[in-house]
Design a protein around this ligand. Structure first.
Ligand code: ATP
Length: 530
């Protein structure tokens, strides 16, 4: 059901209090106005600057009602000046949440009295609608309040805004065209943000058309950055930049077409997401970036750590906002890097954070299960032991891949990728590359890249181009992370059997005794599985 219908139904059904979460003040006003028209109700609007006014559009000041307590006393028929109690109306309270905080218990009481009066039919056909940018509701009001989130403007609403900008800045008809691609680029912006983006372009370029898509996307990136939980990426990496991981690449290539219309007609379900598990530096993030590029979809990185805000209810609201934005930009890829970091300690979360982490995870998993929009989730995790088991349950994602240390053949591929990236693919013979791959047992992709970078420095110092000897010297001064983590690797390998699919079809190599002989810190020996 669309947003306006939902609010109309709530008002018609006699809901006493409705809370709408959105930054879009103007669009909320317009929606409420239109609902009031449809249901033949009067409207009143209040904010802390201007006090109470009659009518959302005309706004006729009502001088005797000004403060938050006065407006609530007026609506429950308890005011000093014996003003008539409103009937048949919607009262829109803008940004009222600071006035029903912990220290404003009287206002909470007044709202509860109002809800009781509506339930007892002492007050009839009056609904209070609170509009605010964040979810914030005292526990006392939870049962009496319907909460809705206003979706961001859709394509037809954005078209209206573009038309308005065209008129306002008197642009020539020939310089304007609002194609789906043009409007798509503005999806994810709120009304005021889209208005500003269109106005800036109209002012500067005296046109508004597909040539401005990149400017709109830039604007959008800024908005996403400001929100703080999502980051818009423009990855240049492709699947060819990943050395090895053939099974994962094959899976991705097969799924690429599944987002299209023909796949839907064929009866295929849209891919939901992937979980990539493995040691740091094995190419999980690289894969997330390459998927976005291969599928030509916007890549949004969710910082799960930043989701957890200080105020009660803030974390859930942050998560909802981020997921809503990802849906608005869909089809898109939502990349959650190191998902275990944000969700670790979930088992104890009930006692340590009042269950916030568990609730955030719960809402994320429900969204994963029920989402209707094509948002493909790529979650990566280094530490399997910290992952909540709910996330690993079958059906949450399309597939769980385990990214192991690269095999000898894969190390050759990775070395070739990084030499080619630096235009040095001819500096080593095939035999030399093979020998380097043999010398680097236990190295991750990131460590192999580091070896090449280090060898380049050595070559530069020597005043010659990079060669086999430089690479061998760089290997000698690099200690792979697997040296100190072999128990973890062994345990992880046996844990993933039957639980995850290997990202590579090649048989994993055994970490040799030579690698196992390092002196280690106690924390490095710890077995996180038991
Ligand atoms: P982390 O969890 O620490 O972020 P990760 O598994 O996500 O680790 P990446 O960040 O993808 O690892 O790897 C770091 C860099 O190492 C990559 O940007 C890439 O240059 C190189 N790399 C890692 N694996 C591969 C690979 N299979 N092929 C090519 N390059 C690789």
């Amino acid at each position: 059901m669309d947003f306006k219908k939902q609010i109309t139904l709530a008002v018609k059904a006699g809901a006493p209090i409705v809370q709408i979460i959105s930054h879009d003040t103007l669009r909320i006003r317009a929606t409420i106005n239109s609902i009031a028209d449809t249901l033949s109700l009067e409207t009143f609007i209040w904010d802390s600057c201007k006090g109470l006014r009659k009518g959302i559009s005309q706004q006729e000041l009502m001088e005797d009602v000004d403060t938050p307590s006065e407006v609530l006393e007026w609506v429950i028929g308890d005011n000093q000046d014996d003003l008539p109690t409103p009937v048949n109306c919607i009262l829109l309270l803008e940004d009222f949440h600071p006035h029903i905080g912990t220290f404003d218990h009287k206002n909470i009481s007044r709202l509860r009295s109002f809800a009781v009066a509506v339930a007892g039919r002492r007050i009839d056909k009056v609904t209070i609608i609170m509009s605010q940018p964040v979810f914030d509701l005292p526990t006392e009001l939870v049962k009496d309040t319907q909460v809705f989130e206003m979706p961001l403007p859709n394509l037809s609403e954005l078209k209206k805004l573009a038309e308005q900008a065209k008129q306002k800045f008197e642009l020539d008809e020939r310089d304007c065209s609002f194609s789906t691609e043009f409007l798509n680029s503005a999806l994810g912006l709120s009304t005021s943000e889209a208005q500003l983006a269109f106005a800036k372009i109209a002012c500067e370029k005296e046109r508004l058309n597909e040539l401005d898509i990149s400017s709109i996307v830039r604007e959008k990136e800024q908005v996403i950055r400001k929100q703080g939980h999502l980051e818009y990426f423009h990855p240049s990496a492709t699947l060819d930049d990943i050395g090895g991981l053939d099974s994962l690449k094959k899976w991705l290539k097969r799924r690429k077409l599944a987002f299209g219309e023909s796949a839907k007609e064929f009866g295929l379900e849209e891919p939901r997401g992937l979980l990539l598990l493995g040691l740091p530096g094995t190419g999980k993030s690289l894969a997330a970036k390459a998927i976005a590029n291969a599928w030509q979809l916007p890549l949004l990185r969710l910082d799960i750590g930043k989701i957890f805000g200080g105020i009660v209810g803030q974390s859930e609201s942050n998560m909802r906002e981020a997921l809503q934005l990802a849906e608005t930009l869909s089809p898109s890829i939502l990349w959650i890097d190191e998902i275990e970091k944000g969700l670790s300690g979930i088992q104890s979360s009930g006692s340590s954070d009042g269950g916030t982490t568990a609730r955030v995870l719960g809402s994320f998993l429900t969204w994963m299960q029920e989402k209707k929009k094509p948002v493909f989730v790529v979650a990566t995790a280094n530490n399997i032991a910290q992952l909540p088991p709910e996330l690993l349950r079958k059906g949450r994602v399309d597939e769980i891949f385990f990214v192991d240390l690269p095999t000898e053949q894969e190390r050759e591929d990775i070395l070739n990728v990084h030499l080619k990236k630096r235009s040095r693919e001819d500096n080593l013979s095939a035999v030399e590359i093979k020998e380097v791959a043999q010398l680097t047992l236990g190295f991750t992709g990131a460590e192999l890249e580091e070896v090449i970078k280090e060898a380049l420095f050595m070559a530069f110092d020597d005043g010659i181009d990079i060669n086999f000897e430089h690479i061998k010297s760089a290997i000698a001064v690099t200690t792979p992370i697997s040296m100190t983590m072999h128990e973890l690797i062994d345990k992880t390998r046996s844990w993933v059997k039957g639980r995850a699919v290997r990202a590579s079809s090649q048989k994993p190599e055994v970490i040799t005794d030579k690698l196992k002989s390092m002196t280690r810190l106690k924390s490095e020996i710890e077995n996180p599985f038991e």
